[in-house]
Write a protein that binds this ligand. Structure first.
Ligand SMILES: [Fe+2]
Ligand SMILES: [Fe+2]
Length: 145
C-alpha cells in the first residue's frame, strides 16, 4: 500500500503552517508592509491546497468510497470557515488593526491544526487505501492546480 496521498498533502500542510507562522511574526513585529505580502503568500498556498482537496481529492474519494461523503462535507465546511477568517485577517492587516489580527490568527491557527490532524489521521490514509494505487496518478493531476 502506498502513502503517496498522505505524504503529499501532509507536506503541503507543513508548507501552509510555515507561511502562517510568517504572517504571525510580521504582524507581531507590526511590519505591516511585509505582513501584506505574508498574508498574500499564505492565501495563495491555502487557496491552492483547498482546491486540490475540493476539486480533485474529495470527489475521487467520495466516488471510490461513498461513506467518505460525511467527513469530506465537514472538511469543506471548515475550509469555508478558514476562508472567512482569512478574509477578516486580510482586512485587519489592511487597516493595521493588531488586536483583530491576533484574534483571527489564533482562531485560524487552532482550526487549521484540528482540521489538519483529522485529514492526516483519517482522511488521507482512507484515500490512500480507497484509491488503491491511484494516488500517483491523482498527484500528477494536482500539478495543474
Ligand atoms: Fe482540508
Ligand atoms: Fe488539507
Amino acid at each position: 500500500m502506498t502513502d503517496a496521498i498522505a505524504r503529499y498533502f501532509t507536506e503541503d500542510h507543513r508548507r501552509c503552517d510555515r507561511l502562517l507562522a510568517a504572517c504571525e511574526s510580521t504582524i507581531s513585529a507590526a511590519a505591516w508592509d511585509r505582513a501584506d505580502e505574508a498574508i498574500a503568500a499564505y492565501r495563495d498556498a491555502l487557496v491552492r491546497h483547498f482546491a486540490m482537496e475540493e476539486e480533485v481529492l474529495f470527489p475521487e474519494l467520495e466516488q471510490a468510497n461513498p461513506g467518505a461523503a460525511g467527513p469530506t462535507g465537514v472538511m469543506r465546511m471548515e475550509h469555508h470557515q478558514m476562508r472567512q477568517l482569512l478574509d477578516g485577517l486580510t482586512e485587519a492587516v489592511r487597516v493595521h488593526d493588531a488586536d483583530t489580527c491576533f484574534g483571527d490568527l489564533e482562531t485560524l491557527h487552532m482550526i487549521s491544526q484540528q482540521h489538519n490532524t483529522k485529514e492526516e489521521g483519517i482522511l488521507y490514509p482512507l484515500a490512500d487505501r480507497s484509491l488503491q494505487g491511484g494516488g500517483e496518478g491523482l498527484i500528477e493531476r494536482l500539478d495543474s492546480i
